[in-house]
Design a binder for this molecule. Sequence first.
Ligand code: FE
Ligand code: FE
Ligand code: ZN
Length: 274
Amino acid sequence: MLNIGCHLSVSKGFESMGKQAIELGGNTFQFFTRNPRGGKAKDIDAEDTQALLSLMKENNFAKILAHAPYTLNPCSKDERTREFAFETMSDDLKRMEYLPYNLYNFHPGSHVGQGVDAGIEMISSLLNTVLWEDMTTTVLLETMSGKGSEVGSKFTELREIIDNVQLKEKMGVCLDTCHVYDGGYDIKDNLEAVLEEFDKVIGIDRLKAIHINDSKNPFESHKDRHEKIGEGYIGIEAFERIVTHPVLKNLPFYLETPNELDGYAKEISLLKSF
Ligand code: FE
Ligand code: FE
Ligand code: ZN
């Protein structure tokens, strides 16, 4: 069975997201740990997280994915922004222990002219500060489209970040289909070769989650504009190959397509039909 869900709003709480995921035909979901532009997170309601954990167990949920705010940039030029990245991630990861053994995803960052190597250095040093031995969450680097000065649009960059992290066993990668296609990995016409390269450079065992999005822009456009499944340049046949691929099919898939809830429900049912 396909493990699939979509991005949901955390505003009504955790158990409510679990129920919503089920209503949409899914068995997982993604949410922002706080406002995507940053800001303070709501206090954790332990009763609510417990209720979600029971619901997940009863309904055979796959791991859920918490997404860090977009404003988090560990390799900013600005010290205050780097501090915000530290404070946010450190707080998020502590809170994630209310939902143990799940996933936390972040955009590695934009080096804003300081160079990729400096960016990689700052990203791994943040991780070396916020990760701890007994944490249960797996922290995922998201594959990026290479817009502006984004770090992480090449598998080699992600590998270097992980290489510099001491607690490597806490680290994984979330592959975003729109981002990698925009970034120059041809998952449409050459999925096999992309997965082989991922395995060779990063190691396929590090692949823990898929963001499943079509792209509004052609191959290698470095744009990062998501499209509904089958309505963009990647196309429906490619998505059928992706969700049924033996290396991928047991991973959790999260939709981040431009949709309201009914649109997500349709995409979930379409992808499950393959
Ligand atoms: Fe993302
Ligand atoms: Fe994504
Ligand atoms: Zn994106």
